[in-house]
Every structure is written in structure tokens, then in C-alpha cells.
Design a protein around this ligand. Structure first.
Ligand SMILES: Cc1cc2nc3c(=O)[nH]c(=O)nc-3n(C[C@H](O)[C@H](O)[C@H](O)COP(=O)(O)OP(=O)(O)OC[C@H]3O[C@@H](n4cnc5c(N)ncnc54)[C@H](O)[C@@H]3O)c2cc1C
Length: 356
């Protein structure tokens, strides 16, 4: 027992959830160890990374819009400064009106739901015309953009490695010994453990009882010649500029075949929708697929295990992980260190009745 390596926190998983949490814990001066199995799949590594406060055909405001969008821009810009790197792009998002009827509908929705703080109507859309049919105008959301999640996660991983806080290996739940004073795992002892396993939570014996509802998604990477449009363009599917002629097109939603395999159906669906809105040619260079860790009630799941003291989960970021993560990392840490309440809609306690 003398050679035990002691930590304040073990974190399992270094996707968006685990990495942001780990980064904050290091900043809090905690001794941590993150387990990441590179042979496992991560939703974060294929995410579009988009943030958009108002979504869908009914222009629904994102849940907790003020809280999330009041924080996330400064949060990611702060990380860019810390890491001296660029990975957050507030490009704005443009939605062209597809016909007169939808234009009238959208204008009514903007009025009815008081969306003027988030959406401006653009009459002059000539800047988009080389590539898009936008003669009827459209809507522009300034508080939108995208996070280059893999670039940010690579920076955090470098920091973890330089702090001896990164373990490249699969965490095997069966080998975890739970004692009153904390957790033993091989030659490691930690007072706390936080599971951030994304979709792989289904293999976690401590938390697999939770009501997850994973959603597969696919995107296409490719090029559009002479593409100089800076905002994301969204009409059913979105086209995200990645610099130069490169773009990402996304995304699909499927509740079947929950794996990370590219499909012909996914590709066809994306191409069909892009060709409806794009006047110029989109050439596909690659395709990506992943499984979003969504939940049945579409809310994240965070907090403590019903039985085991100091065992936590941070998961269920679903389709909007980039918007949700900064706010809920803070909620979880305030809960752990200051016993502050977690938003009841996100608190794991709402599911305790399912635990047996
Ligand atoms: C196609 C697609 C497009 C998306 N687009 C967007 C978007 O535009 N905007 C947005 O906000 N969100 C988007 N998302 C969702 C976003 O990816 C997720 O909300 C978020 O990345 C989830 O992060 P996570 O850390 O919870 O899970 P993950 O990223 O899946 O990370 C979990 C990590 O845990 C590791 N792990 C699991 N079990 C173990 C174990 N036993 N031992 C060691 N390591 C383990 C895995 O290897 C993995 O790295 C998209 C997702 C997909 C699939």
C-alpha cells in the first residue's frame, strides 16, 4: 500500500465533458488523473461544435439561453487566451428564407417569441448570392459560431500530460474497489471519481441504469470552390466554413444503428439537402460519424451516485454539448466544493427512483 499513487480526483473520459472538467480541476489546484482509451470512440472528436441560441423550424430558444449564452463566449475565449491558441469562431449564422410563406412564418415567430435580441432580419443578402439562393432575404444570428473541439481537446490533453494527469488506457470498472475513505484502482487511490464517458456510459455498471437515448450523427467534410462566406449557413442542414474552400456539412440524426460507422444513407441525406440550397458544387473529401450522448428528457445528467459517496457523473450533453458544457462544469464543481444546488432539470437526483 506504500507505493499507492494518491489523487484528489479520477476522471474517466476526456471528451468535451471530461476535458473541461479536468482543466478546471487543475486550475483549482487539485491532483487529478484522467483515463482515456484512444481505441474507444468519442463524440467530441467528430462534433460540428456549433453553438446557436435559436434553432429549428419553430425558432425555439435554447433551454437556459441567458445562462448558457451569457457565459460560453467569454469562457471559450478565456481558454483560447490560456492556451494561446485559436479554436472558437464566432462566425454568426445565416438562415435564408426558402419561400414567401416561410418568410412570413419566421417573421411572425420572431415577433411572437421576442427574438430580436438574437435574430436580425437581413434584406440585403447579396454577399451570399454567389453560392446560395437568398433573394428573399433571411435571418442572421450574431451569437452563433463553432468550437473546433478536437483542437481545444488536444491543448487540454497536452496540459494534462505535462501535469502527469493523463493515463492512456481503458478504465475497467470491475477493478475499482470502493471503500469508505475513497476509491482504489490498481496502484491508485483517489478520494473522488467522476465518470464522463459519453455514449460509453452504457457499459458503466454504476450508471448504466440512467435513461440515455443516444443519437447517431454524421457529417461530411469537403470543399466548395471560391467559398468566401464567413457565417454558418443553415437551411435544414448547415454548411460551416472551415477556412479556405473547406467546409463541413451536417448533420444527420438517427436513433438506430448506434455505432460510429459512416453510412451511404447519411451521405445521401446530407448531399440531397445541401444541393437544395447551394448553387455551386460541393465536393466531398471525407465523412464522419458519431453517437451523441443524449438523454430521454434532453437534459444533461450530473451529480452524485445515489449510493457511493464521492462518485459523480457528468454526461448527457446530447446535441448541444458545446453550449451546455461551460455552465454545467461550473454547476458540478460548485456542487462538489461548495454544496451548491445543481439545476433540478439536470441533477441526476431526478432519476434516483430508477436506481435499484
Ligand atoms: C455528428 C455529430 C455532430 C455534432 N455536432 C455538434 C454541434 O454542432 N454542437 C454541439 O454542441 N454538439 C455537437 N455534437 C454533440 C457533442 O459531440 C457532444 O455533446 C459532446 O461532444 C459529448 O462529449 P462527452 O465528453 O460527453 O462524450 P465523448 O466525446 O464521447 O467523450 C467520452 C470519452 O470517454 C472515453 N471513455 C469512455 N469510456 C471509457 C473507459 N472505460 N476508459 C477510458 N476512456 C473511456 C471515450 O474514449 C471518449 O473519449 C455532435 C455530435 C455528433 C456525433
Amino acid at each position: 500500500m506504500e507505493s499507492l499513487k494518491k489523487y484528489d480526483f479520477l476522471i474517466v473520459g476526456s471528451g468535451l465533458a471530461g476535458s473541461l472538467l479536468a482543466n478546471e480541476l487543475l486550475n483549482y489546484g487539485q491532483k487529478i488523473l484522467v483515463f482515456e482509451d484512444p481505441s474507444m470512440k468519442s463524440s467530441s472528436m467528430v462534433a460540428g461544435g456549433m453553438v446557436n441560441p435559436v434553432t429549428g423550424k419553430y425558432l425555439a430558444k435554447t433551454w437556459l439561453i441567458e445562462e448558457l449564452f451569457g457565459l460560453l463566449f467569454d469562457y471559450y475565449r478565456g481558454l483560447e487566451l490560456d492556451f494561446k491558441a485559436s479554436f472558437f469562431h464566432q462566425t454568426g449564422l445565416f438562415r435564408p428564407f426558402s419561400n414567401e410563406e416561410s418568410k412570413i412564418n419566421f417573421l411572425n415567430q420572431i415577433e411572437k417569441h421576442q427574438l430580436k435580441d438574437y435574430i436580425k432580419v437581413l434584406e440585403d443578402t447579396s454577399g451570399f448570392s454567389p453560392h446560395f439562393e437568398a433573394n428573399l432575404g433571411g435571418m442572421f444570428t450574431e451569437k452563433a459560431g463553432w468550437l473546433d473541439v478536437p483542437v481545444m481537446l488536444t491543448k487540454i490533453k497536452e496540459k494534462l500530460k505535462s501535469n502527469d494527469s493523463f493515463n492512456t488506457g481503458k478504465f475497467d470498472h470491475i477493478r475499482l474497489k470502493i471503500e469508505n475513505e475513497g476509491f482504489y484502482y490498481e496502484d491508485i487511490f483517489a478520494e473522488n471519481i467522476i465518470f464522463c464517458e459519453g455514449f460509453n456510459v452504457i457499459n458503466n455498471p454504476f450508471f448504466s441504469w440512467l435513461p440515455f437515448n443516444p443519437v447517431k450523427g454524421e457529417t461530411l467534410l469537403g470543399t466548395i470552390k471560391d467559398y468566401e462566406i464567413k457565417p454558418i449557413v443553415n437551411q435544414g442542414k448547415w454548411i460551416m466554413p472551415l477556412g479556405g474552400d473547406k467546409v463541413r456539412v451536417g448533420a444527420t440524426y438517427s436513433w438506430h444503428e448506434l455505432d460510429f460507422e459512416n453510412t451511404e444513407n447519411g451521405k445521401e441525406e446530407l448531399l440531397f439537402n445541401v444541393q437544395k440550397v447551394l448553387k455551386t458544387e460541393f465536393e466531398v473529401t471525407s465523412q464522419q460519424a458519431g453517437v451523441r450522448p443524449s438523454t430521454k428528457d434532453r437534459r444533461p445528467i450530473l451529480g452524485k451516485h445515489p449510493t457511493y459517496k464521492n462518485m459523480y457523473i457528468f454526461n448527457g450533453l446530447g446535441t448541444k454539448g458545446v453550449s451546455l458544457a461551460p455552465y454545467f462544469v461550473k454547476q458540478l464543481l460548485d456542487f462538489i466544493f461548495q454544496q451548491k444546488d445543481i439545476n433540478p432539470e439536470a441533477n441526476i437526483e431526478r432519476h434516483y427512483a430508477l436506481y435499484s
